[in-house]
Design a protein around this ligand. Structure first.
Ligand code: CA
Length: 241
């Protein structure tokens, strides 16, 4: 699965989970025309496999009526696993009870079939915009943030990488949080030592480098070709969400 579906930087990536082929194909085409990279899954199981890779998608369009598992359950499982990718649910049901159920399962938005295509596209744009804004402002989306191959909940300290729980030390979490709060900025090793290590004894620029290597091993698809924890020659590091 690696390699295939590797993300292009700057191109939002959307997963469409829908078992009606013609509808899935139509959504894919129209989302691609909007400039997104789109992948399709026809079952909850196929979606679940793609979603083990927590950072792979920026938004999910999720049909409620799937052949194997309903969309509510899939969404709830995703959230329990620490994956906070925005979800827009699609359903043929229109009762308020179902809308509430969808939102309680952790969906971000809800659309009743048959829906207007332009409305769906507008809602996808809206969740992507909100997500980008949250990341830019260092506000974890519903507590959790997705970083490359993993996701981090800074409140519970739960870290999942490729679907597996990973233990990070307090300092690793502090460093990660500092990066998430300062996306896109070049940060010197000295600043990191001051702000994260707070000048603990024995920490040097070398210490910072070692920690960055560890974060890369956890979160980067390829630690040799980092996409998120970038070295800026002669200046320090830059985190790219
Ligand atoms: Ca369906």
């Amino acid at each position: 699965m690696t390699g295939e579906g590797a993300r292009e930087p700057g191109v939002p990536s959307v997963l469409v989970v829908e078992d009606e082929d013609h509808l899935a194909a139509g959504l894919k085409l129209n989302l691609e025309l909007e400039g997104y990279a789109v992948e399709l899954a026809g079952t909850a199981r196929a979606a679940g496999e793609l979603l083990l890779d927590a950072g792979r998608f920026d938004a999910i369009v999720l049909d409620v009526m799937l052949p194997d598992l309903d969309g509510f359950s899939l969404c709830a499982r995703l959230r329990r696993a620490g994956n906070y990718t925005p979800v827009i649910m699609l359903t043929a049901r229109a009762s308020a009870e179902d809308r509430v159920r969808g939102l309680e399962a952790g969906a971000d938005d809800y659309l009743v079939k048959p829906f207007d295509l332009n409305e769906l596209l507008a809602r996808v744009r809206s969740v992507l915009r909100r997500q980008a804004w949250n990341l830019r402002n260092g506000r974890p989306v519903r507590r959790g943030v997705t970083i490359g191959e993993g996701s981090v909940d800074f409140e519970s300290h739960e870290v999942l990488v490729r679907g597996e729980a990973v233990k990070l030390t307090r300092l690793e979490l502090d460093l990660l949080r500092f990066f998430v709060e300062h996306p896109g900025k070049v940060i010197s090793r000295d600043t990191l030592l001051e702000e994260v290590w707070k000048l603990r004894n024995y920490s040097t620029a070398r210490t910072v480098d070692n920690f960055i290597s560890r974060l890369r091993r956890h979160f980067e698809r390829d630690a040799q070709e980092p996409q998120h924890f970038l070295s800026v020659r002669g200046a320090g590091y830059k985190f790219v969400p």
